[in-house]
Design a protein around this ligand. Structure first.
Ligand code: ZN
Length: 350
């Protein structure tokens, strides 16, 4: 088989982390859009919103009052999807009706007391406090005997189902390996066995050589649009040194992580000059008591916006029934993200 012209011909690409394929149709980028147009909520304007349940001093559901916290603040989700004490039970009727009880914890992490900030508008030292909080929570939750995985994530923007603009994320810790982590763990293990190296370490080396999908970076982290990206401006954040968790990062690397989070979210906001919606989160080793040297810490950013601040990508039809599909190539998306200023547009205006 001869090489495909990836910039113009329909093709599919392989995701070595999940071992799934994505269909890429670069020729479709010119099709007219007559579908739904989204409204993006403007950025929060006030430093303190008395109606926000995440602001310092606010009373939350159940009558608990938030402290006057100065940096980050963590609490158990008042409407947690998982509870710490659930008796171990099982349903098994043949092989078709199977269910198991599940225990865990759901935490909420406020990044800042300020209601009007986002990661893109926080300083490196403010974001470093968030990184430290994540690490502390990962250690604490991961050390609980029944917790096998700790998922740190953030939903940003109404488009992603997050109605509160106060900068915050979530941490869900549970008893089993969730589907996505289980897939990745298997791929990491398999690759390690065949090559004795890190899947993402080798991938990063390739990307650093090719340069075409890189977005931004620093001495310890690189953000790039992965070869197999599904979402239009999806990015993958990789540590240059192979570490298995946030906890394994040294002091300098923790600050570098804060810096790259700021860099990538600024570029996202600058792309359409809006508060860019996304779901982001870290993948770290399971907390099952084993070391998992095959793992490589990384974060995924999955933003839904497609061609402007008002047109988002839908995962429907063929994507629900067959496989994900994208129009703009990962290379073109990376070029767009590289071309926007490294300074936040609101700072450039003022
Ligand atoms: Zn991952």
């Amino acid at each position: 088989m001869s090489a495909i012209d990836l910039a113009s011909r329909p093709h599919r690409r392989f995701n070595p982390l999940t071992r799934e394929w994505v269909l890429v149709s670069p020729q479709r980028t010119e099709r007219p859009w007559q579908g739904q147009v989204e409204n993006i909520a403007p950025e929060a304007q006030v430093r303190f919103d008395p109606n926000c349940y995440l602001c310092p001093g606010s009373v939350r559901a159940g009558g608990v009052r938030n402290p006057a916290y100065p940096t980050t603040f963590v609490f158990d989700n008042d409407f947690a999807a998982l509870k710490p004490e659930v008796p171990a039970q099982e349903v098994r009727e043949g092989e078709l009706l199977v269910a198991r009880s599940e225990t865990g914890r759901c935490r909420v992490v406020c990044y800042s007391p300020r209601h009007d900030l986002t990661m893109a508008r926080m300083s490196v030292s403010e974001l470093r406090a968030v990184v430290d909080t994540w690490i502390q929570e990962f250690a604490e939750l991961g050390n609980q005997p029944r917790v096998q995985s700790v998922q740190i994530f953030e939903n940003r923007g109404e488009m992603m189902g997050c109605s509160n603009p106060h900068p915050h994320g979530q941490i869900w810790a549970n008893e089993i390996l969730p589907n996505e982590l289980a897939k990745e763990l298997e791929s990491f293990g398999d690759y390690q066995q065949r090559h004795a190296t890190s899947l993402l370490g080798d991938y990063l080396a390739l990307e650093l050589e090719k340069q075409e999908r890189l977005v931004c970076g620093n001495g310890h982290f690189v953000a790039l649009v992965p070869y197999w990206a599904v979402w239009p401006f999806e990015t993958l954040l990789l540590s240059r040194r192979r570490v298995v968790s946030l906890e394994a990062l040294n002091d300098e690397e923790r600050t570098a992580l804060a810096d790259i989070l700021r860099q990538i979210t600024i570029r996202y906001d600058n792309l359409f000059q809006t508060s860019f919606p996304y779901t982001m989160g870290f993948h770290q080793r399971p907390t099952d008591g084993r070391e998992h040297p095959e793992f490589h810490l990384h974060a995924h950013f999955y933003p839904p916006l497609l061609r402007s601040a008002t047109v988002k990508k839908f995962m429907v039809g063929y994507e629900m029934l067959a496989m994900p599909q994208r129009d703009i190539t990962p290379e073109a998306a990376a070029a767009r993200l590289r071309s926007v200023p490294a300074t936040h547009y609101l700072e450039l205006i003022s």
